[in-house]
Design a protein around this ligand. Structure first.
Ligand code: BES
Ligand code: MN
Ligand code: ZN
Length: 504
């Protein structure tokens, strides 16, 4: 996709379609009024007819009148006061998706109204471009090239920004394209079936991404994991014929720190399929559990994106990949297992497996020298019941590190809500046999999932529970059903803080 920034008025830019953002009740004055006049009054007529409302992500197609495009795509931005970075990404995606099935090669997006609302032209250029790239994603393209009704593949994106500093905006748009492509890579890895991407398949994908981006890859197999003492990791993996793999990617030299003095480690839960194991799940919607590797997909894709934007920046990525299956070799409820950090875990429920593999991976990340940890995991169903599919649950300690990650999420346009790590509930997880169980009494189960992981960290750590946000069960105007790539942009923003003077 070719990227171009033009400073002409939107009525002077030839393209196949022009995306027109409108906030709140549209008033046809100023440039929007001029656009309406030149469309022969099409826009105001649609508004009068009730088809053009300005409601968030509501879209309408309009004939162009004398404008040099074939269609206008009006996209509602919602109430002007509540427009944030997420709105801009999703609005651009919704605009593209409204054109699904049409032949559109040159897409123009009128950025001026968004710059007025967000007050930051380069940010708008970045977020609109990212939105167009992410909006073009269709999971059906994993299996077929000619998907009917798929969003059009754009050959040229034209950002229409009268009065803009074009070279700054082009650079920002490039960044948006790269971040969007990274999110789509994460979605590809998450959407692929468990048959296509068992742990070794995910490791192979990570190796090839590492080779393409100058990263060192180390894939720890079950033999080495046993030598090291990663028994929580192995306990989950042993029920499957597809052996577990701990994927480790490193950028930079082992003793190197970033410009913030950090060695950031990004960890992702890579349960290629979560049947629940012996504590087997009900059949209903079990097929969704191929998505239980979404955390791993996200951090592996983030490794690629960060390396594209800041080659050589030191960071680590760890993705424990397993299949959680019932079988004659499976871990049984009641098995007591010694973790890599020496703690004894009483596995009372084999379906609380994500915290087990992450426990050992967090310990190992610290052994590799990580000073700051962020893990991403489809850890609980509870987070989705609490926050739904639009808000990720965040945990962390100390608070200053959580706040740093939350600020990165805001810059990335991703919604996060903090869940408290209430230590008093830890007593509910006590075990008669070991140090603690992996699934205590269900009260405050979401808090306890965080308390469990906290047993495995000694440095600043944040846990992002994407159990609700990793995939959509039904399509939205801005995204198809399936994996969302959520938190990818947040991780990239966070890592790039360490790139002062290095980022491309
Ligand atoms: N992968 C699931 C969590 C999940 C469920 C994510 C549905 C997205 C949609 C996780 O491994 C799990 O099974 N968690 C249990 C924990 C419980 C046994 C303590 C859960 O949430 O029920
Ligand atoms: Mn589970
Ligand atoms: Zn799981």
């Amino acid at each position: 996709m070719e990227l171009r920034v033009v400073t002409e008025f939107p009525w002077a830019v030839p393209a196949d379609a022009l995306v027109v953002p409108v906030a709140g009740e549209p008033a046809f004055e100023g440039s929007l009024g001029e656009l309406d006049r030149r469309s022969g009054g099409e826009l105001s007529a649609l508004a009068a007819f009730g088809e053009l409302s300005g409601k968030r992500y509501a879209t309408a197609l309009a004939a162009p009148g004398e404008l040099p495009v074939r269609r206008l795509v009006v996209v509602g931005a919602g109430e002007p006061t509540s427009i944030d970075r997420e709105t801009v990404v999703r609005l651009a995606a919704a605009g593209l998706r409204r054109l699904a099935g049409r032949r559109v090669e040159r897409l123009a997006v009128w950025c001026e109204p968004l710059v007025g609302l967000l007050g930051d032209a380069p940010a708008v250029a970045e977020l609109v471009t990212r939105g167009v790239v992410e909006g073009g994603y269709d999971p059906k393209r994993l299996y077929r090239d000619d998907v009917e009704g798929a969003p059009p593949r754009i050959a040229e994106l034209i950002l229409v920004a009268p009065g803009a500093d074009t070279s700054r905006l082009v650079a920002a748009a490039e960044r948006g394209r790269i971040v969007g492509e990274g999110a789509n890579l994460a979605r590809d890895l998450a959407n692929r079936s468990a048959a296509e991407l068992p742990p070794e398949g995910l490791a192979e994908a990570a190796r090839s991404i590492a080779a393409d981006h100058g990263l060192a890859a180390d894939v720890i197999d079950e033999r080495r994991a046993a030598e090291l003492g990663m028994n929580l990791f192995l306990a989950v993996g042993r029920g499957s014929d597809n052996p577990p793999r701990l994927i480790v990617l490193r950028s930079g030299r082992p003793d190197e720190r970033d410009a913030q003095g950090r060695l950031l480690a990004l960890l992702g839960k890579g349960v290629c399929f979560d049947s629940g194991g012996i504590s087997i799940k009900p059949a209903d919607r079990m097929e969704e559990m191929k998505m239980d590797k979404a955390g791993a997909a996200t951090v592996i894709a983030a490794a690629a994106t960060i390396s594209r934007l800041a080659p050589g920046l030191p960071f680590l990525v760890l993705a424990p990949a397993v299949e959680n299956m019932p079988g004659p070799h499976s871990t049984r409820p009641g098995d007591v297992v010694r973790a890599l950090n020496g703690k004894w875990v009483d596995i009372t429920n084999t379906d609380a497996e994500g915290r087990l593999i992450l426990g050992d991976a967090l310990t190992y990340a610290e052994r590799l020298g990580a000073t700051h940890l962020v893990d991403v995991a489809t850890l609980t169903g509870a987070v989705g019941r609490m926050l739904g599919h639009l808000v990720t649950g965040g945990f962390g300690a100390p608070q200053a590190w959580y706040d740093t990650v939350a600020a990165a999420a805001r810059r990335a346009g991703e919604r996060l809500w903090q869940i408290p790590l209430v230590d008093d509930y830890r007593a509910d997880m006590d075990s008669w046999y070991g140090d603690f169980t992996n699934a205590g009494a269900p009260e405050a189960g979401l808090v306890k999932s965080g308390l469990f992981l906290k047993e495995f960290v000694t440095v600043p750590w944040v846990h992002l529970d994407i159990g609700g946000t990793a995939y959509f069960r039904k399509p939205a105007p801005y995204a198809p059903r399936g994996a969302t790539g959520v938190t990818h942009a947040t991780l990239v923003e966070l890592a790039l803080e360490g790139a002062a003077g290095r980022a491309a």
